[in-house]
Write a protein that binds this ligand. Structure first.
Ligand SMILES: [Zn+2]
Length: 118
């Protein structure tokens, strides 16, 4: 079954965790982790409608272990919050809403202009 609507996510940002204090929980290699932020959006017929927040996690470049947001240590969660707030939601996440409002607002504007000048 094909879903014409739902949610999708795209990669927004990856930052290295080069603090030697940060170790991989799995292989204990220091400074081997990167943290990524992904944006989620609702789509309808694959047209992004609006943003529904961000998610993310870390990956160890040594042992390739991936940790999701909820699996992060409190220290890494703080780092994640900082990276997340430094990551902007792309404007195209709202393409559908912009398109819809343009479709609603433009005819209204046009009819107003016609009423004033017509
Ligand atoms: Zn590792």
């Amino acid at each position: 079954m094909i879903f014409f609507y739902g949610t999708r996510s795209t990669h927004l940002k990856t930052a290295p965790l080069d603090d030697p204090q940060i170790q991989c929980q799995h292989c204990h290699t220091a400074g081997s982790m990167t943290m990524s932020v992904f944006g989620k959006y609702a789509h309808f017929f694959w047209i992004p409608l609006f943003s529904i927040g961000k998610t993310g996690g870390t990956q160890c470049n040594h042992c390739k272990q991936v940790l999701r947001k909820r699996e992060l240590s409190p220290q890494l969660k703080t780092t994640y919050q900082e990276l997340k707030s430094a990551t902007k939601t792309p404007v195209w996440y709202f393409s559908g809403l912009i398109l819809l409002s343009a479709l609603i607002v433009l005819p209204l504007l046009a009819s107003m202009v016609f009423r004033i000048f017509g």
